[in-house]
Design a binder for this molecule. Sequence first.
Ligand code: KIV
Length: 287
Amino acid sequence: MKKTVPYITNLKNSRVISMMTAYDYPSAKAVSEAEIDIILVGDSLAQVVLGHDDTLSVTVDEMLHHVKAVTNAKPSSLVVADMPYMSYHVSKEDTIKNAGRFIQEGKADAVKIEGGRKREETIQALLEAEIPVMGHLGLTPQSKNLMGGYKVQGKTLDLARQLFEDALLLQELGCFSMVLEGVPTVVAQSISENINIPTIGIGAGNLTDGQVLVLHDLLGMKSKEYIDAKFVKRYDQQYEASLKALKTYKDEIEKREFPTDDYSYDMGNDINDSLKEWKKEIKKILS
Ligand code: KIV
């Protein structure tokens, strides 16, 4: 069964909602088969897939390329396309055009944008264009230059109040859910308890309506030189497993242990039987 926006909204207060990033066909297949509710094609792909230092340099075209790969997997999970930096900080017309591409060309089910009160008109415009919107409050990575880095948000009473008011506003505007990233557990809890749309937490404690992580973090696909945030749990060590497999492959081909006959083709009985003829043929070709 394909999960829809109303299906996700109705999960509030019934069970924990699962969300995971995916950026390509095989990972979308796996996330869907694991029965994760929502796939986020996050702009985190700028860092974990494209190797940029932050999320600011990924473009709509680049994001769209990955959204299409994900939706080609026909996942049962709801697919949310993350609007990249400068794709909705522009005119209403351009914002709708950019978001519309994710829905029309990318076949995503909804979009996600970062920010609270600053985004009031943008969210209204998207909803008027029939595009479901997931909000994103707290540590919003696209604001890293204004925030002075990736810092936990809402740590003072004043800042927590602003966050709470932004959450109420996103609900009032019609967002179907919102990500709460990098906020104290108690603030995420009070927001989750006082709004009627689902909150999806990352670095926001265990009392939000759902949880999300970045796939490459969870699978341990990044090398040790990355410094992961406190909230990252490595459920697997796939970087180390890949390294081991690649080194074994290199070693085996150098020793001519791979490919064995099991992994090779023969020429069929006729040619094997007349190997002498075949060798003569080669001489003719080379002469
Ligand atoms: O881009 C992303 O992966 C995100 C999640 C961390 C919520 O925005």
